[in-house]
Design a protein around this ligand. Structure first.
Ligand SMILES: [Zn+2]
Length: 93
């Protein structure tokens, strides 16, 4: 996972305090893109996560994820992990 400094370096946290989810409004329950101003010591900063992924062309994509989207990402990662494990071990298990 990315540190807050890395998120800032990538421009994901605007002006150091503005957290705006990278995903579209429609990707969220209620159809609104979460955007919150969180001061330096606000514990809710820990609920936001930077995430990188690399596409098949080797292009790295940077995202800042709100708590809702981060939960979805973890579910996708768990599914992918299970699929890859089954793929690697097909015929053995
Ligand atoms: Zn989101």
């Amino acid at each position: 996972m990315m540190t807050e400094q890395e998120m800032e370096d990538r421009g994901l946290i605007e002006a150091g305090h503005m957290f705006r989810c990278s995903r579209a409004e429609k990707a969220h329950e209620g159809g609104e893109k979460p955007a919150v101003f969180l001061s330096e010591n606000d514990k809710r900063r820990a609920d936001w996560h930077g995430a990188d992924w690399t596409d098949k062309n080797g292009v790295v994509h940077h995202m800042l994820l709100c708590p809702e989207c981060h939960r979805k990402l973890l579910a996708i990662q768990a599914t992918h992990q299970r699929d890859m494990y089954e793929f690697e071990n097909e015929g053995i298990l």
